[in-house]
Design a protein around this ligand. Structure first.
Ligand code: GDP
Ligand code: IMO
Ligand code: MG
Length: 430
């Protein structure tokens, strides 16, 4: 197959999520025909702030639908690797349409995507209770249990909704969950009926996923992939088991969309100028004092999906080196640089030691990870409000040095710099 010259551009979260992927996707979608999600579900929360000609702001929050939809000429595609909670999908679609964004005529969903059912969401909560003090802190959207059904080969996919055996398969799945978790309150027959009603509404959106992508590539469509979650939440490469249940890395783009790897031309890693994490799990550069509080307040670090306070800390370049090694970023989007405006000094993690010995890579074993002594490099702050700047040249020297330090450490160029939540608060370096 001859690849399309335009090929596929990918935006991926490089840390623990909420780096500002949605904002970049919205900006890049102006040059795209299709915006696709390849993995995850409505555990993602992508915020976009758009100003109109009068300066009035509208905030959009995307969960399952791709953020590129704000651009009215973009078609959205939900790939085979995504897990879809159909009621939430329509809820999101209706909310966007109420805001005046017509999306229902430019959305396609792969027939191979797995369904998230109400019982998956209940089980998500039960599993967390069972884990007690070592719970993951999931979004309780049923993501892990839905991917578990998929991996155990008993899951239901979008095409199964139109199969006469759907009710029987559904009942069997629920029975299995009752055996594992005891009998919980769940209206099996009511949910089957609800799904069969949704099936009719869903029908016009369904396509043969891999064929859709193949034809899009063949006809030279410009495809933008919106990563969800982030590399450090990847099922294989994240801080397992404190991860989500899908491949959030570059590999998930290939498997989740059913495209050949050589179709991918550009991979932008989105990196927040500091680090945040929602939920449980290790976080070596987390700051528990006023530094953490300042980052949290200035950065307005509250989860888009659950409203939870995000844990905050300094930028961790050990994490970023690991992330870059796996995803092979062709460039970076450094976001929320404005949040560091008030700091006299800024620390950056540049190494980990265990028992006084510098380690290579990022530890797989969390017992080792919690023992790392983080090695910091301190850089001078710039004490200047950069949120109104529109050009790289306007940035203070110390902000430029901060960017250069990151580029030199990772050997990847920063292509975009975020200086505020607004679409226009984005510096393009090349
Ligand atoms: P995503 O999940 O990666 O799309 O990120 P979220 O939308 O969950 O979280 C990022 C938050 O930071 C959102 O509230 C954005 O509006 C906001 N944001 C994005 N870029 C910037 C930036 O450069 N500066 C500031 N101050 N806020 C930003
Ligand atoms: P976006 O796309 C931040 C975290 C949850 C939890 C763990 C597992 O907005 O960056 P799950 O519900 O997926 O089983 O939860 O993963 N998590 C995220 N954290 N941003 C996200 O998405 C996340 N998606 C999942 O907090 O710790
Ligand atoms: Mg988010």
């Amino acid at each position: 197959m001859a690849p399309s010259p335009e090929g596929v551009s990918v935006v991926l979260g490089a840390q623990w999520g909420d780096e500002g992927k949605g904002k970049l996707v919205d900006i890049l979608a102006a040059e795209a025909d299709i915006c696709a999600r390849c993995a995850g579900g409505n555990n993602a929360g992508h915020t976009i702030v758009v100003k109109n000609a009068k300066g009035e702001k509208t905030t959009y929050a995307f969960n399952l639908l791709p953020s590129g939809l704000i651009n009215p000429t973009v078609t959205a595609f939900i790939g085979s690797g995504v897990v879809v909670h159909v009621p939430s999908l329509f809820n999101e679609l209706d909310t966007l349409e109420r805001k005046g964004l017509k999306v229902s005529d430019r959305l396609f969903i792969s027939d191979r995507a797995h369904l998230v059912m109400g019982f998956h969401q209940i089980v998500d909560g039960l599993k967390e209770i069972e884990l007690g003090g070592s719970s993951i802190g999931t979004t309780k959207k049923g993501i892990g249990p839905a991917y578990s059904s998929k991996a155990s080969r008993s899951g239901l996919r979008v095409h199964h909704l139109y199969d006469p055996s759907f009710p029987a398969k559904f009942r069997k799945l629920v029975e299995g969950r009752f055996k594992r978790y005891g009998h919980f309150e769940f209206d099996t027959e009511g949910e089957i009926e609800m799904y069969l009603a949704f099936a009719e509404r869903l029908r016009p959106y369904i396509v043969d996923g891999p064929t859709y992508m193949h034809k899009a590539l063949q006809s030279g469509k410009r495809i933008l992939v919106e990563g969800a979650n982030a590399l450090m939440l990847d099922i294989d490469y994240g801080t397992y088991p404190f991860v989500t249940s899908s491949a959030t890395s570059i590999g998930g783009v290939v498997t989740g969309l059913g495209i050949p790897p050589f179709a991918i031309k550009k991979v932008v890693g989105v990196i927040k100028a500091y680090t945040t994490r929602v939920g449980g799990g290790p976080f070596p550069t987390e700051q528990f004092d006023t530094i953490g509080e300042t980052l949290q307040e200035v950065g307005a670090e509250y989860g888009t999906v659950t409203g939870r306070r995000r844990r905050c800390g300094w930028l961790d370049l050990v994490v970023m080196k690991y992330s870059t090694m796996i995803n092979g970023y062709t460039s970076l989007n450094l976001t929320k640089l404005d949040v560091l405006d008030g700091f006299e000094e800024i620390k950056v993690a540049t190494g980990y030691k265990i028992d006084g010995v510098e380690i290579d890579g990022f530890p797989a074993d969390l017992d080792r990870l919690v023992r790392v002594e983080v090695q910091y490099t301190t850089l001078p702050g710039w004490k200047t409000d950069i949120s109104g700047f529109t050009q790289y040249d306007q940035l203070p020297e110390n902000a430029k040095k901060y960017i250069k330090f990151i580029e030199d450490y990772l050997n990847v160029k920063v292509q975009y710099v975020g200086v505020g939540p607004g679409r226009e608060q984005n510096l393009i370096l090349f």
